[in-house]
Write a protein that binds this ligand. Structure first.
Ligand code: DCM
Length: 133
């Protein structure tokens, strides 16, 4: 059975900035930056799973919204989908990541050009730039 991994594009609309998180593991992607998220549990909606994961990993409250961009196959059993999200409460903290960073469209493009994003997440670059425009 395919399991879904949800990832959050947490965008602060006042500053038009996106929250990126730097992975600690596994070694292939440690040091690279991602949209934070995690696996959907049985019986959970994608939105509920993402809100739970972000509370656990970043200690902040978000409101998860609609999917955007294409789903990405990570392996035979894992599929990665991106959802829009709005920060609702609390400042994000790197409880499970090496670091966190808010980036605007130019900052995101620069990081993508420098190869600093997790490969799967580069699929969404143009979608993310549009959301930040
Ligand atoms: N993953 C990814 N991009 C994200 C979030 C997760 O490529 N924005 C991948 C990394 C792992 C898998 O999904 O292979 C599970 O993620 P985690 O280890 O964070 O649960």
């Amino acid at each position: 059975m395919t399991r879904i991994v949800v990832a959050a594009a947490i965008i602060d609309e006042m500053s038009a900035k996106l929250l990126l998180a730097q992975r600690n593991y596994p070694p292939e992607v440690a040091g690279l930056w991602e949209l934070p998220g995690g696996k959907v549990e049985d019986g959970e909606t994608w939105q509920a799973a993402l809100e739970r994961e972000i509370a656990e990993e970043l200690g902040m409250t978000i409101e998860a919204g609609q999917q955007f961009g294409a789903a990405v196959g990570l392996s035979v059993e894992l599929e990665l989908v991106a959802l829009r999200a709005r920060p609702v409460g609390g400042a994000p903290r790197a409880l499970d990541h090496a670091a966190l960073r808010w980036v605007d469209a130019a900052g995101l493009r620069a990081m993508a050009d420098a190869g600093e994003l997790v490969p799967a997440d580069t699929t969404w670059l143009e979608d993310l730039l549009e959301l930040l425009a």
